[in-house]
Ligand binder design. Structure first.
Ligand code: NAP
Length: 545
């Protein structure tokens, strides 16, 4: 619904726009200033600083990623003192388009001054070279008509334009409500209309995108839902017709909740490449912000020339996810626990193995709009093993009887392996073994048993998990050990196996192989596995989880 090709986006010409809400007879400055830049870049980097030195050093760094910068003057103790530096900065960097913002405390900013001081400061920022100034709609409504007219004339004389913004820090209203807010702003005829809300669900993004679509036919509009759940709006609002979106300079310097860094928006979420034809995928779960799937998949999309992107979706309820899949729409979703099971009744079809496992980690939206389910965890376990051994008749021990174990056991039995399950709760192992035609063993009997391979599907050894090893050293009786855990990359179990001269497979290989299979299902192309492995490994070395 939201991927329609927008009708020619009407760029309103400044000269056609009334400059003030009142005093049409107000004299214009004798010399018409140069037209302010209305055709701005898609990406505005918002910078703040505890001191002017910090603010301008961050602005200097931001220039590498975008020539469009918002200066949050309200982050400074004395914003007015930074104006000479703003003037010098903008004179030195004529390629930069600047927004000046000095939001007052009651409206969600840090500025403790009065409305008059804010207006005066924004006017001076325009005179110092800022191209756009941001005034909150509440401030515009509080100001007197002559005060506003004088302000607009001063901006015009300085060659700057006005952006009027509204911020709702508690919720996102339905599209009608957001449109009303946009119209409340539009009544002042600013050059930019900015409506910011707070996302409490993924569906809130749909409201924002609808509002952007509606309003973009008449105005330069910006629409964003703050918070982690609002990521879709940050990435996709320009496609729906927004003039631009905001990013932070880097992780840790965000000026609003849910802001992502400019590099993330550009490199992982492909802001500059997204167009009407871009296929949108998601990885859904909670928590999800640290998922490596978007990085892995965008690397594959880029390498194989697929016009697609993957976004992390913080899901609180399945209904919320299903609404976004249907209405955005999403082309496919990688789902994590507990959604892997919850989603089953909503599938139009799934392959027989996925049905037997009773969990699906991959959704594909068919051309008919229906959902089809797959379990690529199976490929994540089978592929690394079959590259190293013949699975038919192989004696394989699976430690654990949870979700990942089910994929391993059903997948391996299907390949003709002789599978034995050991689990802390023996009854669960016995039940799984019965269903999958596998064997079951008590842990006490392990020391006397021998296998071709051992697969750990318990969380033992995972960063932050108390228990380090799922078995004792004398129970490690196999030629090959496969640990599904991949944080850390080398788990205590793999270290122990290596020290005993055993072959090992890391959980990272499973992660990449299950992702490779997803890529094949979604695109019909072979996955660039080595490239996918390389980026994920590099990321985990840079930022161990
Ligand atoms: P799950 O459904 O919760 O199952 C966990 C299993 O581990 C259960 O059988 C549980 O035994 C057992 N277990 C838990 N704590 C234990 C302990 N202290 N000692 C012995 N056994 C213990 O979890 P899951 O979804 O299967 O995931 C399991 C692991 O696989 C996770 O660490 C996850 O990161 C990893 N995984 C990796 C990938 C990948 O791509 N590499 C993909 C999926 C999962 P009880 O039945 O007694 O509770």
């Amino acid at each position: 619904m939201l991927q329609r090709t927008p009708k020619a986006f009407k760029m309103r010409q400044l000269k056609q726009m009334p400059l003030a809400v009142s005093s049409p007879t107000e004299p214009l400055p004798a010399q018409a200033p140069a037209l302010p830049r209305l055709r701005v870049s898609k990406l505005c980097i918002a910078v703040q600083g505890a001191t002017p030195a910090e603010l301008f050093s961050r602005a200097e760094s931001a220039r590498k990623d975008s020539g469009f910068i918002e200066f949050r003057l309200d982050s400074l103790h004395k914003p007015a003192a930074a104006l000479p530096e703003l003037k010098t900065f903008l004179a030195r960097h004529r390629d930069v388009t600047a927004i000046a913002t000095c939001r007052r405390k009651p409206l969600g900013g840090h500025f403790t001054g009065s409305l008059n001081s804010e207006i005066e400061l924004l006017q001076k920022a325009a005179e110092a070279g800022a191209h756009i100034v941001d005034l909150e709609v509440e401030s515009a409504e509080q100001a007197t008509r002559p005060q506003l007219a004088k302000f607009r004339a001063a901006l015009r004389a300085a060659g700057a334009v006005l952006l009027i913004s509204s911020h709702d820090f508690s919720r996102t209203r339905r599209p009608d409500g957001l449109n009303q807010t946009a119209q409340r702003i539009a009544a002042f005829e600013p050059e930019f209309v900015k409506v910011v809300s707070t996302a409490r669900s993924l569906t809130d993004n749909l409201s924002v995108l609808h509002m952007v679509q509606d309003q973009s036919l008449n105005a330069h509009v910006v629409g964003i839902a703050m918070g982690e759940e609002g990521l879709i709006s940050r990435v996709l609002s320009p496609r729906a017709g927004a003039a631009f979106t905001f990013a932070s300079l880097s992780e840790g310097t965000e000026t609003a909740a849910g802001q992502v860094s400019a590099r993330t928006l550009l490199d992982i979420y492909r802001l500059e490449q997204i167009d009407q034809a871009t296929r949108i995928f998601g990885v859904a779960g909670n928590p999800i912000s640290h998922s490596l799937s978007p990085l892995m998949h965008v690397t594959a999309f880029r390498r194989e020339n697929v016009n697609a992107v993957m976004l992390p979706l913080k899901v609180k309820t399945l209904d919320d996810l299903l609404t976004v899949i249907r209405d955005l729409p999403l082309d496919g979703v990688a789902v994590t626990m507990p959604l892997k099971q919850e989603v089953l009744p909503h599938l139009a079809n799934m392959d027989p193995l996925t049905a037997r496992i009773g969990a699906c980690n991959t959704l594909r939206t068919g051309a008919d709009g229906k959902l089809y389910g797959f379990n690529t965890d199976v490929a994540g376990i089978i592929r690394p093993l079959e590259r190293r051994m013949r699975l038919k008749g192989a004696r394989i021990l699976v430690l654990g009887a949870g979700g990942a174990a089910r994929a391993a056991v059903f997948g391996l039995v299907e390949q003709g392996a002789d599978v034995t399950i050991v689990n802390r709760t023996h009854e669960k192992a016995a039940a799984l073994a019965r269903k999958a035609k596998a064997h079951v063993l008590k842990q006490a009997a392990l020391a006397k048993s021998r296998f071709d391979a051992i697969i750990n599907t318990t969380p033992c050894g995972m960063t932050g998990f108390k228990q380090q090893l799922p078995v004792k050293e004398n129970e490690l009786n196999a030629a090959l050990v496969f640990d599904l855990v991949y944080t850390p990359m080398e788990t205590p179990l793999l270290k122990l196996a290596k020290s005993r001269g055993l072959a090992v497979i890391s959980g990272l290989e499973m992660f990449v192989q299950q992702g490779a299979r997803q890529f094949e299902i979604w695109t019909g192309k072979p996955a660039p596995e080595s490239e996918m492995l390389r980026v994920v490994e590099l990321e985990l070395r840079r930022h161990p989880q």
